[in-house]
Design a binder for this molecule. Structure first.
Ligand SMILES: Cc1cc2nc3c(=O)[nH]c(=O)nc-3n(C[C@H](O)[C@H](O)[C@H](O)COP(=O)(O)O)c2cc1C
Length: 408
């Protein structure tokens, strides 16, 4: 039987993230929705990020008294309502006016961390000033290292707890939706401009007040290039393909707070990160937006965890849309799951309340899954509850040859 889908546009009636995705698609001009939805090349990784979860099945226990369940967790000595964070996504102001702040407030209300993208449309100081919020700041290593230093100084002045360095974007992925949708960076084709006219609510919310700009990058951009178009060109040219471990060693000496590396997949890179004093890693393929045919974090999570143990936090992202996905990752050793599109779809569908709704839906799913598994404490989950079904790859074979496990 075909599953019944929600086709309306009221986020309050959505019962899962897929519903929110459909509402987001209705509300946004196609070039904005496709910028969020799309992956690189022919999107193999984008799809693999969803199907990989089918390879893991639960082995539930029954008769275990699951009346009271605890989803809370501790990350870097602070406690949170559940092991989930909102990850960094750039240009949130294109989905709704003040998109970063709305997402951050939804995270604050749900008592989970929020990671601000370096290419956000709200200044980092304004997000850090939100009372009660734990915000971590994501940075790219730009070619202009003096500018990178000035960003780190701003993070220090604003007292961010953690800097997140994205390691998988030294070169920009080939996102063909964007190639087709834009004549030049941020210049939609005429067909897309015409389609935009069919979205008056979005135009009033986002376009009329003036397209948002990248508020953290003023020092990098000459005044005439601070608009969305000029900035996109310069940011693309500023991504530094020479990024390497010496940069991380330098950051470790420079930045006294926590360092999280986002974009790691290989166990030997996780090992190297720990050796350099990194506090956390995010196993990620950038939601299928960078290297196509990349592994999913779920493919490498167990191996990475076996390698780094408790020496640093292990986070994961890419493809998480259901509570069952989150529980599977936690059972395989993740300390928390970072969300990308899941909360963006909520944001596009209903602003801050829509993002909060997305978090509520996921929280409900996580809680129900935990109970159905016959378990009560999310922090004690182990792989004893998950069975790997299809031996479709031989990734663990790399273990003997690729990384040094002598310190474990
Ligand atoms: C619209 C969009 C913008 C993104 N911008 C950034 C960014 O500025 N910095 C970054 O490190 N990752 C960025 N990402 C990647 C996300 O942090 C995350 O890795 C990815 O979305 C996870 O996959 P999921 O969306 O399937 O959950 C972006 C992702 C999307 C969808």
């Amino acid at each position: 039987m075909k599953r019944q889908l929600y086709t309306g546009s009221n986020y309050k009636k959505s019962i899962n993230i897929n519903d929110l995705e459909r509402i987001a698609k209705k509300r946004l001009p196609n070039f904005v929705f496709e910028y969020v939805y799309g992956g690189s090349d022919d999107e193999h990784t984008l799809h693999h990020n969803r199907t990989v979860f089918d390879q893991y099945l639960f082995e539930p226990r029954t008769m275990t008294k699951v009346g009271t369940r605890d989803l809370s967790t501790t990350l870097f000595d602070r406690s949170y309502q559940m092991p989930v964070a909102i990850g960094p996504t750039g240009f949130n102001g294109m989905l709704t006016r003040d998109g970063d702040r709305k997402l951050a407030c939804a995270a604050r209300d749900a008592n989970i961390p929020f990671v601000l993208s370096n290419v956000s449309t709200t200044a980092m100081e304004d997000i850090q000033a939100i009372e009660g919020l734990t915000a971590w700041m994501q940075l790219y290593f730009y070619r202009d290292r003096a500018f990178v230093k000035s960003l780190i100084k701003r993070c220090q002045d604003a007292r961010f707890e953690a800097i997140v360095i994205t390691t998988d974007s030294a070169i920009y992925g080939n996102r063909e939706w964007d190639v087709r949708n834009f004549r030049r960076p941020m210049k939609p084709t005429f067909a897309n401009l015409a389609h935009m006219m069919t979205k008056p609510r979005w135009m009033l919310d986002v376009l009329l007040p003036g397209l948002p700009t990248f508020k953290n990058l003023d020092e990098l951009l000459p005044p005439e290039k601070r608009g969305a178009q000029g900035a996109s060109q310069i940011i693309g040219a500023q991504l530094d393909p020479s990024l390497n471990w010496e940069d991380i060693a330098w950051l470790r000496e420079t930045w006294p707070g926590k360092i999280i590396l986002k974009g790691i997949l290989a166990p030997e890179e996780a090992e190297q990160a720990v050796k350099l004093g990194v506090d956390g890693i995010v196993l990620s393929n950038h939601g299928g937006r960078q290297l196509n045919h990349s592994l999913s974090p779920m493919d490498t999570l167990a191996d990475v965890k076996a390698c780094v143990g408790e020496r640093c936090h292990v986070f994961v992202d890419s493809g998480f849309r259901r509570g069952t996905d989150i529980i599977k990752a936690l059972a395989l050793g993740a300390d928390a799951v970072w969300l990308g599109r899941a909360t963006l779809y909520g944001l596009a569908a209903g602003g801050q309340a829509g993002a909060a709704h997305a978090l509520n839906l996921l929280r409900g799913e996580v809680d129900r899954t935990l109970g159905l598994l016959g378990h009560t404490n999310i922090e004690d989950l182990t792989s004893a509850w998950v069975v790997f079904r299809i031996l479709c790859h031989f990734y663990p074979k790399r273990k003997e040859v690729m990384y040094d496990t002598t310190n474990i």
